[in-house]
Design a protein around this ligand. Structure first.
Ligand SMILES: *[C@@H]1O[C@H](CO)[C@@H](O)[C@H](O)[C@H]1NC(C)=O
Length: 529
């Protein structure tokens, strides 16, 4: 009798615990799915299906505003209502247990020399707490957010249509023009600059792309785009074409790319000064410094501005010309000089590249030569690009960020809206830490003093004498045990609403058979606006 009684008591207990547990789970689930959190901006431009591209230049609709503190009776500063859910968002793919640090950054705007590495005595990563993201947030004490003052330049002026003197052009497939939208919107939205996109497969009878709808989508994101089909339906015959050679239908993209100059001239206005011929993965952190750099040159005269390749092997193959991925700029008078010769130049060309055709046409029809602009980067780099991004360079353009290497460029460059030229600005903290603003936090176990930060770490493939004419001098690549990296993976926060802007840097724990409980480490820099 006694035994039976004990047994049923234990059963009761089990049922009770199970019941409590399921209530807990249900609540957590409801909180997770039901909270009207504002859509965060996750790092990978390709994965960005949150519509977060709209955060730039356009305010998200009111319904997407975060719950403000107090609404859910959670921790004092709204941590549970917003930040917690942000960390739990599946796009961030964090382990259940994390080491979490946040610092509340007070930008001290002033006349700082952003090329000098700042020194901060105290460590950057301090006040860390262990968090289980499956737990009940309201039971947690709010994590500390130790204040940190950083000297930074002034923010760039907000885009308010002041760049109508710039007109950009791309030639690419429908899919790629569509996919480029969120990242193009990052630097184009609200700027007044125009974009002309020629869709190479516009006449594809199977795909039947709707160019008008795509153009409207661009406009809805604040980008003044004109999206057009190519004028020519098949490739122009080259002078040396064999008789039996079949002309390509539709026209080869490299020919469309070269003929862009004419499409851009036709879309230009009396305000237009510069025609920027781009690749579909050319990225500008901000139009403000680019526009300043272009202003150093006379747009009323023929002028050809751009960047060389950064790999000497490419230079030997293709020669001295503007490499289009970095962005190539033609003054309107130069484009007008070339315009009547475009078809002939295509017929005469021996190179299968739009950039090469432009070079040959330039050298054979005009006396204009290339002027190289500092800060435009062709980025022919593969693999780990961290050496480049941690080198302290200021960049006007980036390229190959979603193919040869991967970097979440629009999330990275969002900091420019807070403090302009501070994108990729560097600070040393304590004895072992470096912040490359917007890209990474690096901990050097052997001490940051041992690192020659004036040199670029040779992290990417073939980072040797092939690349040193642009990136040198190099320092050797560090091993895994000599460098611990927290990479920027997401940003969060609105602008101009008295809100905070948050950078989320993540060090991923190894995931393999031996690691049953990976613990990712997260450092958030919360910038006071
Ligand atoms: C787009 O740019 C053209 C030329 O600058 C201008 O006339 C037009 O008003 C702009 N459209 C929008 C929607 O801003």
């Amino acid at each position: 009798m006694m035994l039976a009684h004990q047994c049923s008591a234990r059963a009761y207990l089990v049922v009770l615990v199970a019941l409590l547990f399921s209530i807990l789970l249900l609540t957590a689930n409801r909180l997770h799915n039901g909270s009207p959190i504002r859509l965060p901006h996750f790092a990978d431009g390709l994965r960005d299906q949150t519509g977060a591209g709209q955060q730039n230049g356009q305010r998200p609709p009111e319904t997407e505003r975060p719950i403000t503190q107090g609404e859910t009776g959670s921790t004092a500063d709204g941590f549970c209502a917003h930040d917690w859910e942000f960390l739990r968002n599946e796009n961030l793919r964090l382990s259940e247990n994390i080491v979490y640090t946040r610092r509340c950054v007070k930008p001290i705007h002033g006349d700082v020399n952003r090329d000098v590495i700042g020194n901060v005595k105290d460590p950057l990563i301090s006040g860390s707490v262990n968090i289980n993201l499956g737990a009940d947030c309201s039971q947690l004490a709010p994590p500390p957010c130790e204040p940190l003052g950083l000297g930074v330049p002034l923010g760039y002026p907000e885009p308010q249509g002041q760049y109508s003197h710039l007109l950009f052009g791309i030639a690419s497939s429908y899919e790629r023009v569509k996919e480029s939208l969120p990242v193009f919107a990052h630097w184009l939205a609200g700027t007044g600059a125009q974009l002309v996109a020629i869709v190479s497969d516009a006449d594809d009878t199977y795909l039947k792309p709707d160019l008008n709808a795509l153009q409207t989508e661009y406009h809805n994101h604040g980008v003044n785009a004109t999206i057009l089909a190519p004028k020519f339906k098949e490739s122009l015959p080259r002078k040396n074409t064999r008789e039996d050679e079949v002309l390509r239908r539709p026209m080869a993209v490299e020919q469309i790319h070269f003929l862009l100059i004419r499409d851009m001239l036709e879309a230009s206005t009396p305000q237009t000064q510069w025609l920027g011929v781009l690749d579909d993965d050319t990225f500008f952190p901000s139009l403000h410094p680019l526009s300043l750099a272009l202003h150093q040159h006379d747009h009323t005269q023929p002028a050809w501005l751009g960047a060389l390749a950064d790999n000497w092997v490419s230079m030997k193959i293709w020669g001295f010309m503007a490499y289009g991925g970095a962005g190539t700029f033609l003054s309107v008078p130069l484009a007008k000089q070339l315009n009547p010769h475009l078809e002939d130049c295509v017929r005469e060309t021996v190179v299968p590249s739009g950039d090469g055709m432009l070079r040959d046409c330039m050298y054979s029809r005009t006396t204009t030569k290339l002027t190289v602009i500092d800060g435009l980067y062709q980025n022919d780099i593969r693999g780990d690009a961290s050496g480049f991004f941690e080198s302290g360079r200021r960049v006007l353009s980036l390229h190959h960020w979603k193919s040869w290497y991967r970097a979440p460029v629009s999330a990275m460059a969002s900091i420019a809206r807070v403090c302009g030229d501070c994108f990729l600005q560097r600070w040393r903290f304590g004895t072992d830490t470096l912040l490359a603003n917007g890209y990474s936090i690096t901990v050097y176990p052997e001490g940051v003093k041992k690192i020659d930060l004036t040199r670029m770490e040779a992290t990417f493939d073939e980072a040797d004498s092939r690349f040193d004419f642009i990136y040198g001098p190099f320092r050797p690549r560090l091993g895994e045990d000599q460098k611990k990296s927290y990479r920027l993976e997401a940003v969060d926060g609105g602008f101009g609403r008295g809100e905070k802007f948050k950078q989320v840097y993540v060090h991923r724990a190894k995931r393999n058979k031996e690691v049953t409980q990976p613990v990712d480490e997260v450092v958030e820099l919360v910038w006071d606006l």
